[in-house]
Write a protein that binds this ligand. Sequence first.
Ligand code: HSE
Length: 294
Amino acid sequence: MIKIRVPATSANLGPGFDCLGLALDLWNEIAFEEAKRLKYRATGEGAEKLNKGSKNLLTKSYVRLFEICGKKMPGVHVAAKNDIPMSSGLGSSAAAIMAGLYGANEMLGKPLNNMELLKLATDMEGHPDNVAPALFGGLVVSAMNGDEIILRRFELPKWTVVIVKPDVEWLTKTARAVLPKSVSRADAIFNIGRASLVVEALRTGDLELLQKVMDDRIHQPYRLQHISGGTAAYKKACQFGAAALSGAGPSIITFVPPQKAEEAKKEIARGFEELGIMAKSIITSPGILGTHRI
Ligand code: HSE
């Protein structure tokens, strides 16, 4: 039997649309054990939905890796203990893809290296911003050059991060469909400078700088208007620290001074609750580790 852990991730981080992603100290734990047939069982986040059948993103990725390696797949029992909320903007799909690929690769005695795993995961996810930090941990800046994924990983100092997830239905597919096909030069310039500065602020632990530059003009404004309570919660979050839509949303991620975390958590959630939307909050920090065996 092998057991692995896969972290949650927050992509975009404001202006870094599809290019920046950060691993968080919030995990799914998955055990794989050879068996007669494929069986999947989850506990925790999303269990009810995931346990309806044995086919899901994790098991599909597991099967895919065996196919790619040209190996016959023996049956397997997969047991997942999930702490990453689904459809939340915290990389639960990336975690499922990575868990399936990584688990299968370990079961096969590691025929693929990490960059090959990342390539496969990126092909399945469509962009590397969540899967790269899910695999490597830390803050990852990535760029596509044709088929090649160019990336650099940074370990961050200790940050306190508040995540507030409203109880709304918001699929990544919808979140991408509401975006314009092209952006103006002014908006591109607005984002390019800020994305570079977000990396510098995160690396150096500079909250004052992060607060000034974690703004975006190419995805957040289009998405927030469709997320009930999103704009109100985002505005509240900006009063406590540096805030952004986490990934495609609907969660809001806010980097705060540690002593303000509890208050921020309540107030940001109130932005949603004032509109009758329940919200769940988590206080966490960036994770240095990516997917690993335990
Ligand atoms: N960068 C992606 C987006 C993350 O914002 O759509 C979610 O898959």
